[in-house]
Design a protein around this ligand. Sequence first.
Ligand code: AHM
Ligand code: MG
Length: 342
Amino acid sequence: MSKITTLDQFIVKKQADFAFAGGELSQLLSSIQLASKIVSREVNKAGLAHHILGSAGKENVQGEDQQNLDVFADDQFIAAFKAQGEVCGVASEENDHFIAFDEETCQNGKYVILIDPLDGSSNIDVNVSIGTIFSIYRRITPVGTKAQKEDFLQPGIRQVVAGYVIYGSSTMLVYTTGAGVNGFTFDLSIGVFCLSHPNMQIPVQGKIYSVNEGNFHAFTNEGVREYIRWCQSVNPNEGKKPYTARYIGSLVADFHRNLIKGGVYLYPATQNAPEGKLRLNYECNPMAFLIEQAGGKATDGKRRIMEITPGELHERVPLIIGSKEMVEDVENRMNQHAEVSA
Ligand code: AHM
Ligand code: MG
């Protein structure tokens, strides 16, 4: 029998990599594991269970239709964090305001979580990969009190753990504590996440560019269009196109593929979304932490994503993320052009 390392065993082995107590990391990740296994089960059933498809009839804070599974995932993650005591509050894409747990046990928790419980929600109904994205910080306010807004508005460089779960052809959990990136595949037959992608590194150059080209004429920076035109054109020296396009429309899935193969993902500012579409706190920052740990880069075109101090919980930023040289190429082109407003 080949040797298997489970996520729990891995955490124990790597305790020294976590700046704080190893037991805390294992507790935090055990809540994430538990909720993601439940969500994974429901995602897999979604095609069969008709009642779980479609909109829940409510709009979230961004004015988008919520789907039942979004709400389900949100409930599962929040319940798992609450049950366990390390976390004093949660900010989620699905809730307008952060939730500060009332329980005394939770107020003694040292961590806050920012989470997109089910990202890529437009792909739920169509059997396409979706994911959970999470980011964990040490709280700023004193232990034993209720979590406050400032606990949730810290720049990405202060993250202590970040990761995602992808619900794809298999379910995977990928995370970092600032000591590299490791990926674990869920083995359904034994019900555990097993180390399958140790020490993930993104190639410095790749061949994939991922962008919603339907927005081509709406991008507010000409450098972005110039970059896309270059990606589409035949290189006269090589007689072929430099890159190929791959775009799923689920950040987790596009990111995961590019992390493994090398590539660049762009969601720049558009006329309708002059700040970009993706949320700094629970989409861009965790992905930025992961990509930097894997040797890549994340920028909004001007600033390193992880150095931006958030002003709002649901703040949006443009995101260019992936292989280092490809991100720099986009950034250079963007900086040669002024932003054109709508
Ligand atoms: P969501 O949080 O509502 O699912 O939106 C975020 C998603 C990302 O997963 C994805 O990369 C992007 O939105 C796709 O947007 P678009 O459909 O505009 O290309
Ligand atoms: Mg999202």
